[in-house]
Design a protein around this ligand. Structure first.
Ligand code: C2E
Ligand code: MG
Ligand code: MG
Length: 547
């Protein structure tokens, strides 16, 4: 509540890590950090800012003063825990290098940490680390100790959609299935719940080949449907695997390696497993570099907004444009939003960045109305973080005021997953946005989780069918699934946009089924603003075969 008090406490208790707000009376967070850094005893304590100040300058200022991380509120528990754990790990490594007495944190912690997880009756991480240490001590030169880290994808959406009780039951069943595999295969292994939706497994004396087989069995068992209170729930899981062959490893290093492999595996989106390799660390470094540059990129205006036309399937004319962010990095060239947007989301930079896109798109779209016969809508992608902002409505309204852009021509695209996080809150926010006249569109439809339950409750106008479905049109049942999605959207009276249309056949398919608009390379890729002007002036139509 008060910076000065915080500094006094830090000097008295010398904590392992400090979480610090910025806006405080007497001494603000920046001054607290300066005070701590100038005092030898507190100078090296890791400090993480946790603040509502989302402006880029604030972030830069904090990092320049030597903060170890900068999180903006609201932030998720996982995010916070990840930040804390990575700073503590780093601090431990630095300390280890600086002084010889080895890591004792684990021993100390085990005294007061629970040994058993009460929900799943599995041992906790502390116990697993001890078992791992024992296995490593006992392993002779050529015996392998493997460590597996398992995580459920987007587990929070299960809690959000079905409630925490169902979430707990899922975790218990996952634990039961894990236990069964370990027992039935008579594996010499140790299981643990590492935290929330993450589990660990140590396997002794198995070759990499054998461990792969175990991983496949685990995946098959864990992805089979879960029946809970008459609901069928399916999970995606990813497994990261490492062993003690590559390095002189401590339990913590092995667990971190397994976690790293698991995180990279999860990035692919589907269930699977992956072995750790040093190149993953290199990729993490790459990611850190992008992280560091991302802050500067906003200041140095390295971002541009491209636009991809949406074409009406009745007239062949452009009816709207989707704004798509591009980052031209001074040394790395064009970086795709698929790479940097998740990072910007993690850092909280997506909020200022997203606002910049909205402002830019409104300004551009206002100008191009003069070039088109009919009013042209502009679509802007909104990230989950923006949707969770308390003042989203005011921010959007301010930008509309500032730019003088007609809200009726603005469409906001949200993914199912972001809406499903907190359905009630999302409904309220979306209703308010719609009152301003803004159109709400669900993006990447069909790739999110358990959407059908809520689809009719959500105040939405339009649905964008994800391009992965379009790509699978030719696959078995692909066309049937697409037809069903379209029929459903029609019954809900939604405007339907097909994304990722690349050829005539796909175009014809969606026209035949009464979709309203298309967006895809067949008509145009995303293009920079000056090309938009020439495209609009030319009034080029999409060639539509007569029905
Ligand atoms: P999205 O909103 O679903 O955008 C459509 C993506 O599909 C774009 O990728 C577009 O270039 C690509 N695409 C369009 N037509 C075709 C086609 O015919 N074939 C293929 N293969 N691809 C096509 P892009 O520009 O790389 O953007 C990727 C994602 O990044 C977007 O997916 C969106 O989720 C996110 N994104 C882009 N700009 C922003 C932004 O300003 N804010 C936020 N929050 N997210 C953004
Ligand atoms: Mg989109
Ligand atoms: Mg999309």
């Amino acid at each position: 509540e008060q910076g000065r008090h915080g500094v006094e406490q830090a000097k008295e208790f010398l904590p392992d890590l400090i979480l610090c707000d910025i806006q405080m009376p007497e001494l603000d967070g920046y001054e607290v950090l300066e005070a701590l850094r100038s005092h030898p005893q507190t100078a090296s304590i890791p400090l993480i800012f946790l603040t509502a100040k989302t402006e880029h300058q604030d972030f830069r200022r904090g990092m320049k003063l030597g903060a170890d991380d900068y999180l903006t509120k609201p932030c998720s528990v996982t995010e916070l825990l990840e930040s804390i754990s990575s700073r503590l790990k780093r601090h431990a490594v630095l300390n280890l290098r600086a002084s010889t007495p080895p890591l004792e944190g684990v021993q100390v912690a085990s005294g007061d940490s629970p040994r058993m997880d009460s929900l799943t009756s599995l041992p906790t991480k502390v116990i697993l680390e001890q078992q791992l240490q024992r296995s490593l001590d006992q392993s002779s030169k050529d015996s392998i100790v493997s460590v597996l880290c398992l995580n459920i994808h987007r587990f929070h959406t299960i809690n959000a959609s079905f409630g925490n009780e169902v979430g707990d039951r899922v975790l218990q069943q996952v634990a039961d299935r894990l236990r069964q595999v370990v027992e039935s295969e008579a594996l010499n292994g140790h299981l643990a719940r590492l935290h929330s939706d993450q589990f660990g497994l140590i396997l002794n004396h198995l070759t990499e080949m054998e461990v792969s087989e175990v991983a496949q069995t685990l995946l098959a068992v864990l992805t089979a449907p879960y029946l809970i209170e008459d609901r069928e729930i399916r999970l995606q899981v990813s497994l990261g695997i490492t062993n003690n062959l590559n390095s002189l490893s401590s339990p913590q290093t092995l667990l971190t390696q397994a976690e790293t492999a698991q995180r990279w595996c999860q990035k692919r989106g589907a269930s699977g497993y992956r072995f750790y390799s040093v190149s993953l660390d290199a990729m993490e470094v790459e990611r850190r570099l992008i992280e560091m540059d991302l802050g500067k990129a906003i200041e140095q205006s390295e971002f541009q907004v491209y636009y991809q036309p949406q074409v009406d399937l009745g007239t062949g004319r452009i009816v709207g444009m989707e704004s798509l962010l591009r980052w031209s990095h001074p040394t790395r060239g064009m970086i795709s939003p698929g790479t940097f947007i998740p990072i910007a989301e993690e850092l909280g930079l997506i909020v200022p960045l997203g606002e910049w896109v909205l402002r830019t798109a409104c300004n551009h779209a206002k100008r191009w109305q003069a070039l088109s016969l009919e009013p042209l809508r502009v679509s802007v992608n909104l990230s989950m973080r923006q949707l969770q902002q308390d003042n989203l409505l005011e921010r959007v309204a301010d930008i509309l005021d500032e730019t003088g852009f007609d809200p009726k021509l603005l469409s906001l695209e949200l993914t199912e997953t972001s809406v499903m996080q907190d359905v009630k809150a999302a409904i309220a926010t979306l209703e308010n946005l719609r009152k301003l006249g803004i159109e709400i569109s669900i993006d990447d439809f069909g790739t999110g989780y358990s959407s059908l339950r809520y689809l009719n409750q959500l105040p939405i106008d339009s649905l964008k069918i994800d391009q992965t479905f379009v790509k699978q049109m030719e696959a078995a049942k692909g066309a049937e699934i697409l037809s069903t999605i379209i029929e459903m959207a029609q019954k809900l009276k939604l405007h339907i946009v097909a994304e990722g249309i690349e050829d005539e056949k796909q175009l014809q398919f969606f026209r035949d089924r009464g979709c309203h608009a298309m967006q895809g390379y067949l008509y145009s890729p995303p293009i920079p603003i000056d090309e938009v002007h020439s495209l609009l002036s030319a009034d080029r139509r999409l060639q539509l075969a007569s029905a």
